[in-house]
Design a protein around this ligand. Structure first.
Ligand code: 5AD
Ligand code: SF4
Length: 449
């Protein structure tokens, strides 16, 4: 969960956006703030000051979705004190639940799904007339084109850029194909021009976003471009120093993308490649369409191209039917791969997904919690080992902000570790740093001049 705040056109009305879920939601919140800037809104950092509150929501697990209703409950007094206050729900809960949100929380004025953000100004105007405004369509048009009227405000050195949205993979547990729709790639030239614009505004690192980003297949010069081609062209943009992408499916890691990890200097040595389980039986039930062995062989190929790459992943424990042995297979896979970082979750049945509709036996809640605990312990151990191995090494750091302590500056290494120094460096500077200490969640270093 994070709160986004960017400069919008100075306006008289105040907008508070709260963002839940993935990085794409962070990107979308920025676009929404910019588009509402045209309707006279300026972003503020507390709901108490706001004329409009917008929750950009996540539906990936039940907990994430339920949080929205408790958050809305908290705004009741604000709405009673100020009947003109508008409350909107955007994002994946809006898409999945639509009108149901207004039924459960009648004080909600506006519901907008991820594919309709370009219609926000009209929806806001409608809500302003006291009419409930709802849009959860999947339009044919490119919403990003309509969200383009962006002010040329200075940006932080690291930015997100959505290149692909939606998913056609239909993993049995996942709501994304229903909330974000079918896979759509933005045309390459639009991505390149947005990247150039970001660089002009101070950005030096871009993370390309997509629910299935390595399935990118955008229209480009001479035909369809894959992600590797897009990355290679982005690497030619002067001033753009670092490129990352997230999140990927193992079956879309094509040869040229693997090769790019070896020969494209601007592509950072960090790869988030979720596998979800180490058991072939569970992978099949999840409709992942690959085996554990295929995943491990794939990582060997990636490491052959870029030996120092930091691997990251996602895991689900307690998928229906998961036995002790299936879980042990996941633990073995984690041991074999050795992750720099990884995320793990307890399975949460999502309405409308194939896994939730089937009546396969749910894993006992206590057993699932115990498995999650063990897996997280192993992952934390690997994370620390990887971090500790950095001590004494030289890394490159893009400095993003001041630290908590006086004189401290914080940035990210190529491996996505947070690194702090007490040297004189500027925000946006990329410097060579020798790591001198490994803390619980970050590294300390000294700048090498
Ligand atoms: N239950 C638990 N975790 C889930 N994820 C996606 N759907 C579910 C679900 N129903 C996890 C996957 C995915 C990450 C974004 O969230 O691990 O990669
Ligand atoms: Fe959550 Fe997925 Fe929607 Fe992102 S795309 S907000 S992770 S449900």
């Amino acid at each position: 969960m994070s709160e986004t705040k960017i400069d919008t056109k100075a306006g008289t009305k105040k907008l508070f956006i709260k963002t839940y879920g993935c990085q794409m939601n962070v990107y979308d919140s920025e676009r929404m703030a910019e588009s509402l800037g045209g309707s006279g809104y300026t972003e503020v950092s507390s709901p108490e000051e706001a004329d409009m509150i917008l929750l950009n929501t996540c539906h990936i697990r039940e907990k994430a979705a339920e949080k929205i209703y408790s958050e809305l409950g908290r705004y009741k007094d604000l709405k009673l004190a100020n009947p003109d206050l508008k409350i909107g729900v955007a994002g994946c809960v809006a898409q999945a639940e639509g009108e149901e949100i207004i039924r459960r929380q009648p004080m909600v004025d506006l519901v907008v799904g991820p594919q309709s953000y370009h219609k926000l100004p009209q929806l806001e105007a409608k809500a302003g007339k006291g009419v409930k405004a709802l849009d959860t369509d999947f339009p044919e048009e490119d919403k990003f084109e309509h969200l383009k009227a962006r002010p040329k405000a200075k940006r932080a050195p690291a930015a997100f850029l959505t290149v692909q949205e939606g998913c056609d993979k239909f993993c049995a547990f996942c709501v994304v194909p229903y909330t974000r729709g079918a896979e759509v790639s933005r045309p390459a030239e639009r991505v390149l021009s947005e990247a150039r614009d970001l660089v002009e505004r101070g950005v030096r690192e871009i993370t390309l976003l997509g629910q299935n980003v390595n399935a990118y297949h955008g229209a480009g010069e001479g035909g369809t471009w894959g992600l590797a081609r897009l990355i290679r062209e982005l690497a030619k943009v002067d001033g753009l120093e670092r490129i990352r992408f997230t999140t990927s499916h193992p079956n879309d890691m094509e040869d040229d993308l693997i090769a790019a990890h070896g020969d494209c200097d601007k592509l950072m040595p960090y790869l988030h490649l979720p596998v979800q389980s180490g058991s072939d039986r569970i992978l099949k039930a999840m409709n992942r369409k690959h085996t554990a062995e295929e995943y491990i062989r794939l990582i060997e190929r990636i490491r052959a191209a870029r030996p120092d790459i930091a691997m990251s992943g996602d895991f689900i424990v307690g998928f229906p039917g998961e036995t002790d042995q299936d879980f042990e297979d996941t633990m073995s896979l984690v041991r074999e791969v050795g992750y720099g970082s990884a995320y793990s979750f307890k399975y949460s049945p999502r309405p409308g997904t194939p896994a939730a509709e089937k009546d396969d036996k749910m894993v006992d809640a206590d057993v699932a919690s115990e498995r999650l605990h063990r897996l997280q312990e192993l992952i934390t151990e690997q994370q620390h080992a990887f971090q500790d191995a950095m001590v004494g090494r030289e890394v490159s750091v893009l400095f993003e902000r001041k630290g908590r302590l006086a004189g401290q500056m914080v940035g990210k290494s190529e491996y996505l570790h947070a690194v702090h120094v007490t040297d004189d460096v500027a925000v946006g500077e990329i410097a060579r740093v020798r790591i001198i200490e490994s803390g619980p969640n970050s590294l300390a270093g000294v700048v090498l001049r």
